[in-house]
Write a protein that binds this ligand. Structure first.
Ligand SMILES: *Cc1c(COP(=O)(O)O)cnc(C)c1O
Length: 370
């Protein structure tokens, strides 16, 4: 007899893992929106020091990192939640907020983790299509909120499209959401956004909206994806208490906490990385547009490019992979015909363009333009 698993295991989608972790260093890893930059030397040193005491469990209140985040964002530590990556906080939010009969609302295509929340809890997911310009349709999303709604997810800038909403539009949307509905504003890429402008700007929204949670991560601009640290800045303490309640106490390693705390002290490095990424993004966007590809303007460290007729993106992804360039196909992310490519190093971006040109010598040609 085979093991009998819970019904939800048949509902939960399998995460579309990026291929290539076994392919070695000769591959351009442009599939997961990671930073091209490695951790800073003092960050590595902080993690090393933490490992010396690794016979002890980490401090389960994670005081050091929560205080540092509270200080940087002008919030009491009681309103700072942590997780093993922000995905850990998303799943915990699902567990704490959702159940059969409850509803959650999010845009689609958006972050591939969101469908997981309904599948894992038995809640009903309402996926609201992006506009033709690949932007959140806030009007349509507001119209989907009912008495059953417990959670609304906004991804700004949105993964996989890179598009961003202005904070004024989000503020107007929040006015329409009843106070008992939790809104998570997923800001994994906010540092790269010229539309938002300042990663501290959205904090102002928290003052008027105790039901709002800003979700952030050390995986992208801070370059610590491998250590798994995410955080949430909460409009009220109750969110932090609830997500801590549904998880094991030791979700964050001592090394991860120490590295993240140190990384926060180097905002100058963050700014340099953002400047370099934005310059490379502008250049890559222009190069693709010049070849006739349609792509929405990106506020993140990746681009969403229409490369083929619907369904044929997998062929383009395979062709790029054969040439040592790893990207994501849109079909797996809810946008057939598109691919999502991370803005990498100068050399990687050039390699991506050369590989794409080899596959599509005439540029966008038929089908891919718009
Ligand atoms: C990468 C990403 C995250 C961060 O995931 P971690 O678990 O913190 O590594 C969260 N949301 C979105 C939209 C992302 O793209």
């Amino acid at each position: 007899m085979a093991i009998e698993f819970a019904q939800k295991t048949r509902r939960i989608p399998v995460y579309p893992a990026a291929a290539g972790y076994s392919l070695g260093s000769e591959v351009a890893m442009l599939a997961s929106n990671e930073a091209v930059f490695g951790p800073l030397e003092p960050v590595i040193e902080a993690a090393r020091r933490a490992v010396i005491g690794a016979n002890r469990y980490p401090d389960p209140s994670y005081r050091e990192l929560r205080d540092a985040l509270g200080e940087r964002h002008g919030l009491p530590a009681s309103r700072v939640a942590l997780g093993a990556g922000s995905c850990d906080l998303l799943l915990a939010a699902g567990e704490a907020l959702l159940e059969p009969g409850a509803e959650l609302v999010y845009a689609w295509p958006s972050f591939s983790m969101y469908p997981h929340l309904a599948a894992a809890t038995g809640a009903r997911a309402i996926e609201v299509p992006l506009t033709g310009e690949a932007v959140h349709d806030l009007e349509a999303m507001a119209a989907e909120i009912t008495v059953a709604t417990r959670l609304v997810l906004l991804c700004n800038p949105n993964n996989p499209t890179g598009t961003a909403l202005e904070l004024g539009a989000i503020a107007a949307f929040l006015q329409r959401v009843p106070d008992h509905v939790c809104v998570i504003l997923d800001e994994a890429y906010v540092e790269f956004s010229l539309t938002v402008g300042d990663p501290l700007a959205s904090l102002e929204l928290l003052e008027a909206h105790p039901n709002l949670v800003l979700l952030r991560t050390f995986s992208k601009v801070y370059g610590l994806a491998g250590l798994r640290v995410g955080y949430a800045l909460c409009g009220s303490e109750s969110f932090r208490v609830a997500v801590d309640q549904v998880r094991q106490p030791f979700y964050l390693s001592a090394a991860a906490q120490a590295a993240a705390t140190e990384a926060l002290r180097h905002q100058d490095a963050v700014e340099q990385r953002v400047t370099a990424t934005v310059a490379a993004r502008t250049e890559l966007t222009a190069a693709l547009a010049q070849r006739g590809y349609w792509l929405p303007s990106s506020d993140a460290n990746f681009l969403w490019v229409r490369v083929s007729d619907e369904g044929a993106d997998a062929d383009v992804v395979a062709g790029l992979r054969e040439r040592g360039v790893l990207v994501r196909g849109g079909s797996a992310l809810g946008g057939p015909g598109f691919l999502r490519v991370t803005v990498g190093s100068e050399r990687e971006n050039a390699r991506f363009l050369a590989a794409l040109d080899a596959l599509n010598p005439a540029g966008a040609g038929q089908g891919a333009g718009r």
